[in-house]
Design a protein around this ligand. Structure first.
Ligand SMILES: Nc1nc2c(c(=O)[nH]1)N[C@H]1C(S)=C(S)[C@@H](COP(=O)(O)OP(=O)(O)OC[C@H]3O[C@@H](n4cnc5c(=O)[nH]c(N)nc54)[C@H](O)[C@@H]3O)O[C@H]1N2
Ligand SMILES: Nc1nc2c(c(=O)[nH]1)N[C@H]1C(S)=C(S)[C@@H](COP(=O)(O)OP(=O)(O)OC[C@H]3O[C@@H](n4cnc5c(=O)[nH]c(N)nc54)[C@H](O)[C@@H]3O)O[C@H]1N2
Ligand code: SF4
Ligand SMILES: [Mo]
Length: 734
């Protein structure tokens, strides 16, 4: 056995013994490599939250250096002393009998059985090696995440592609942010959300599109509530959400009519002369073509397609015009659509043509979902080469090869297949081994029965997760037990590009290891450990990533390291070498210059397309899906472990449907109902409400069953799944 494996196993085996203070406080084991003073039985340390991309800072209270409790950090510029229920319960969910505490290997009888790490790693490496030997290097792939530290994502992406010879690897960020990424890249020349959270407080008009901010980013919503300018809050959502209830204008449009509606608004702004010609001339290209294109989006057409009244549409346009600082924010109601990219760009176009960008309280602002979706977008080595570089660009490959001191031939010159094409690759028998890290596709991927059927076809499925009970882990051939938030260190990048630190404040249970250490073990066993000699700790990887980012829009080379980030209250990129990085709020494009070669942003547009799956006689309702409560997180592996959180959300799957529809179907409140699509039939409890429009229904994504119904259709540019529209029928349970 090699020395590295032995040293990691020593830690594991020691850990299985009694928990002693000395062991826990091994130098380097505690966050930031610091051992807290032994003379202080009670102390605190701050770190960013591991759920959503708001990136709140939580103050962990330690007794004898063991985490006992937490409270929101009061001085952090993001949350200013606030946290949502998930944050408050972040430590609780780490304790659960469902935690994976040892590797599990499927035996011949088909049962997952505990095995030692040595066997788990050697089996993994043997099986993936055999598959590659028989079917080529591209026959194994990985699916990663937006919820691990940047250093771990980078390690995984580099190990898989430069070390193990994989070409294909994507992440759950595809389900979430791909549309925003492509919209920004095409329009601005780089994936760059321009805002800072202070913009929520500085706007006089806040436009929220397909975002239920109040429930999904509650602390960002608190920032809106702190806005002293009595802002107009315009919520564009087919449903009367918690956020819409607090709006000054709620535009309950027909689902997926946003694109036409925004083009209609653009037309009105142009016709009225309510555009900023100076800004358009100096900072953009393509406006004239766009202006010509939108003339066809007449009041009548927009009203028909969106279901809004002409008055509503004109009032919205006038509000934008009258606002001095207008900010546009969007989330999944835009991204998860068959025409998400062009819809996002229709929003970007409004900001550009009115000059609402680069100034306080403005911007075309995509709100991120997962705690480290931004880290995944720039540093996971999946859709782009480390640091926002391009795999297909030879100069970029040379640069990264030099930074990493590896042979450039190790860097693929092609892009990976996107997530849905990886799934298709499995279906076609081209991909036979899959490594799933920190995501739960058997619950969260679109058209779930097909997804599971595909995963079952794999020769070898490895799932690396904190819990052995996830739907995907249950399908695995090998489960690798991972440490979670609070049990390891690294950095996350939040929605406003702020890098924050997470720390190790408790031991992972049993033999679970940090993802970082698992990657080290795999690298060594694969025989490519030498390539990663410098990748010895998350802090060391942060230094490597700084070098990768040099000269890029997401440059972080000016940051010293974790301690500086911690002391500064997080640091937003870019931080070029020599720039004072500690200003707490920074926005992009203040000089009106963008990242395209000509320095200008582009107006981009397309003819809107009709819904790929139309409602019909058998399936007369349009199904919307999304988040159900502030205390549930995605596939619930974490949040269901807290008794407090469980009390805050419904026990059963709830179908929201319009009261009129419920009456005509004879459905009473809380009655069980069937919901059926062409792909499956599931049961839920009915919740008749006028918050959803007639002909539409809503299901939260947190219950496993929801994605049995969804229809696998994707945006053509971003390949993001369109989770928020498919045709279903609803009937009484008989
Ligand atoms: N509590 C909680 N918070 C979370 C999460 C969680 O699981 N739980 N997940 C995090 C993640 S990863 C993400 S990506 C974000 C998601 O955050 P959000 O995007 O705010 O949440 P969703 O509920 O998915 O979708 C938002 C809204 O889009 C609307 N919508 C559907 N179709 C359309 C349409 O055609 N047009 C418009 N304008 N709106 C439409 C839906 O009615 C819904 O209210 O939340 C993050 N925060
Ligand atoms: N119908 C419908 N489906 C949707 C959506 C929707 O709106 N509607 N939204 C989509 C969106 S935006 C998203 S982001 C996805 C989310 O989909 P997923 O990523 O599949 O959901 P999670 O439950 O967050 O899965 C994360 C997994 O990582 C594990 N984990 C947590 N921390 C760690 C760690 O540090 N290391 C390791 N190895 N494992 C860890 C958790 O236990 C969990 O199993 O769902 C998508 N699916
Ligand atoms: S709002 Fe998001 S980051 Fe803040 S405590 Fe809640 S889940 Fe954590
Ligand atoms: Mo997401």
């Amino acid at each position: 056995m090699n020395a590295l494996l032995q040293s990691v196993l020593d830690i594991v085996h020691q850990r299985s013994g009694p928990l002693t203070r000395e062991l826990l406080l091994e130098p380097g084991e505690f966050g930031l490599g610091q051992v807290p003073s032994k003379s202080k039985p009670n102390s605190t340390t701050d770190m960013v939250c591991g759920y959503c991309a708001t990136g709140c800072s939580l103050r962990v209270h330690l007794q004898d250096d063991v985490a006992t409790n937490l409270t929101p950090a009061t001085e952090y510029p993001v949350n200013l002393g606030m946290a949502c229920p998930k944050g408050w319960e972040a430590l609780t969910v780490l304790n659960s009998p469902e935690r994976a505490t040892t590797p599990l290997l499927r035996d011949e009888a088909g049962r997952l059985r505990p095995v030692p790490w040595e066997q788990a790693i050697s089996t993994f490496v043997d099986r993936f090696g055999q598959i590659q030997a028989a079917h080529g290097a591209e026959s194994v792939a990985f699916l990663s995440t937006g919820q691990m530290p940047t250093e771990e994502m980078a390690f995984l992406g580099a190990l898989a592609k430069f070390g193990m010879g994989m070409l294909h690897g994507d992440g759950n960020t595809r389900q979430c942010m791909a549309t925003a990424v492509v919209a920004y890249k095409q329009a601005f020349g780089f994936d760059a959300p321009p805002y800072t959270y202070a913009d929520f407080e500085e706007s006089d008009v806040i436009v929220l599109v397909g975002s239920n901010l109040c429930l999904t980013h509650p602390i960002m919503w608190e920032r809106v509530m702190r806005n002293p300018h009595s802002p107009e809050i315009i919520v564009i959502d087919p449903r009367m959400t918690e956020t819409a209830m607090n709006a000054t204008q709620h535009l309950a449009l027909t689902p997926k009519s946003d694109q036409s509606m925004f083009y209609g608004i653009a037309r009105i702004l142009i016709e009225q002369g309510w555009v900023n010609s100076e800004y358009i001339d100096q900072s953009t290209t393509g406006f004239d073509e766009f202006a010509k294109f939108v003339t066809q989006f007449t009041d009548e057409r927009v009203a028909t397609e969106s279901g809004l009244s002409v008055e509503q549409i004109h009032r919205f346009a006038r509000t934008i015009h009258e606002g001095e600082r207008v900010s546009f924010w969007w989330t999944m109601g835009v991204n998860q659509s068959h025409q998400g990219v062009r819809t996002a760009q229709a929003i970007i176009n409004l900001a550009l043509m009115t000059g609402n960008i680069g100034r306080p309280g403005t911007g075309a602002n995509s709100i991120t979902g997962q705690c480290n979706a931004m880290g995944s977008r720039l540093f996971s080595n999946t859709t782009n080469l480390l640091g926002g570089h391009d795999f297909t660009n030879p100069d970029h490959r040379e640069k990264i090869a030099k930074v990493l001191d590896i042979d450039v031939s190790r860097i693929p010159s092609e892009n990976s297949l996107p997530y849905h094409k990886i799934m298709e690759g499995i279906l076609r028998g081209k991909i036979k081994g899959l490594w799933v890290i920190c995501t739960n596709p058997a619950h969260s991927w679109i058209n779930q029965k097909q997804c599971r059927d595909i995963l079952e076809r794999l020769d070898f499925l490895v799932v690396q997760d904190m819990y052995h009970s996830t739907e995907t882990a249950q399908m695995a051939d090998l489960v690798l037990p991972a440490a979670g938030w609070g049990e390891k260190e690294g950095t996350f990048i939040n929605s406003e590009r702020r890098i924050g630190v997470i720390k190790k404040v408790r031991r992972a249970p049993g033999e679970a290891l940090s993802d970082f250490n698992i990657f080290r073990l795999v690298a060594n066993a694969w025989g490519c450990g030498d390539l990663f000699a410098e990748w010895s700790s998350p802090a060391a990887v942060f230094q490597i990533l700084k070098r990768c980012s040099l000269g890029q829009p997401c440059d972080i080379s000016g940051i010293d390291g974790y301690q500086q980030i911690d002391a500064a209250g997080g640091i937003q990129w870019p931080v070029t070498t020599g720039r004072d990085p500690v200003e707490q709020e920074r926005r992009l494009f203040e000089d009106g210059r963008f990242y395209h070669a000509d320095g200008r942003a582009k107006f981009l547009f397309d003819e809107p397309r009709s819904l790929p799956e139309q409602t019909n006689e058998r399936y007369p309702f349009l199904l919307l899906t999304g988040r159900g409560s502030a205390s549930q997180w995605h596939t619930q592996t974490r949040t269901k472990q807290s008794a407090v959180l469980r009390k805050l959300y419904p026990e059963n799957l709830i179908l929201e449907l319009n009261r009129g529809d419920a009456d005509s179907l004879g459905i009473r409140p809380n009655e069980s109902v069937w919901i059926e699509s062409q792909r499956g039939r599931i049961m839920a409890k009915a919740f008749p409400t006028n918050a959803v429009q007639r002909g539409q229904v809503f299901l939260p994504m947190h219950e496993e069953a929801t994605n049995e119904l969804t229809f696998a259709v994707f945006d053509p540019y971003s390949h993001q799944p369109a989770y928020k529209s498919c045709a279903v029928g609803v009937s009484r349970f008989t």
